[in-house]
Design a protein around this ligand. Structure first.
Ligand code: FES
Length: 274
């Protein structure tokens, strides 16, 4: 059992939980994820470790309540116990050797981006961060990002805060104005990551995306998280979740995510009827 040490509401449907998990905190690196079950019958939920504190033996997870399972997780309060957590899983991102990095996150993708922003900054790279959301109240972790970024740009779809438009529009300007960018990291909705990949390909800049494929076992056995990268089948859980953006088959990934969205709707309907 894993005790919830703290809970914070970052936006109307976005929650942050700090959980006691000393063994996971000990080994986690930026980019790793965990799979948790709220209770014995719970669905397995994959979540990136947004932060960790080795001294306190805690990890932080940030998630949006989008379906039945994440809503259950969102009901957990300080002192409650999460049934089980497996991790750290996946490969962490290799951060060595980059001098100037642009990192952009959309929506809750920003929560997954934050450990990479912090990681690159602490490695001594010049960090340019771009975050965006539909509206101002959905912008999360602004102060945390500012602390570990040399420059921070914010965009909102409705213009209520920062640039009126999309993070990809800011990226376009940054790519035009800044020189010697070594790497772009994008995390967010799949159409956003695809747009970033298309754009940076023109500029010939190495680009990494962290993919949010559906996961079940997290061990490479079930095949639920399979994607195609550079014409080869890969498993997001054991080969990723970060991949070369210029090689990912985004159309296939979008199809698979839509398939499971329908299944999630059925679960929600049944839960309402019970
Ligand atoms: Fe089962 Fe990746 S989650 S193979």
């Amino acid at each position: 059992m894993y005790e919830v040490l703290a809970k914070e509401k970052l936006a109307p449907t976005i929650k942050k939980l700090t959980v006691k998990a000393p063994l996971i905190a000990e080994k986690t690196q930026p980019g790793n994820f965990i799979i948790l079950r709220v209770d014995e019958k719970g669905e397995r939920i994959p979540l990136t470790v947004a932060d960790y504190d080795r001294e306190k033996g805690s990890i932080t997870i940030i998630f949006q309540e989008v379906g039945y399972s994440t809503k259950l997780l969102g009901k957990m309060e300080k002192g409650d116990q999460i049934r089980d957590i497996v991790g750290p899983l996946g490969h962490h991102i290799d951060m060595e050797g980059y001098d100037k990095v642009v990192l952009l996150g959309g929506g809750t993708g920003t929560a997954l981006l934050y450990p990479k922003v912090k990681g690159f900054y602490e490695m001594g790279a010049e960090v340019i961060s771009i975050t965006g959301a539909r509206t101002k109240k959905l912008i999360i972790l602004e102060d945390d990002l500012r602390k570990f970024s040399d420059k921070l740009y914010i965009a909102t779809d409705d213009g209520s805060y920062g640039h009126h438009g999309f993070v990809t529009e800011i990226l376009k300007d940054v790519l035009e104005e800044e020189e010697d960018i070594d790497l772009v990291v994008a995390i967010g909705p799949v159409p956003m990551m695809k747009a970033v990949a298309d754009m940076t390909k023109e500029y010939g800049i190495e680009t990494i995306v962290s993919l949010n494929a559906i996961m079940v076992d997290g061990t490479g056995m079930c095949g639920a998280c399979r994607i195609t990268v550079g014409g080869e089948t890969k498993f997001t859980c054991v080969d990723g979740p970060a991949f070369d953006a210029h090689k990912v088959d985004f159309a296939e990934l979008m199809n698979r995510l839509n398939f499971y969205t329908n299944e999630e709707e059925k679960i929600k309907d049944n839960a309402v009827k019970e």
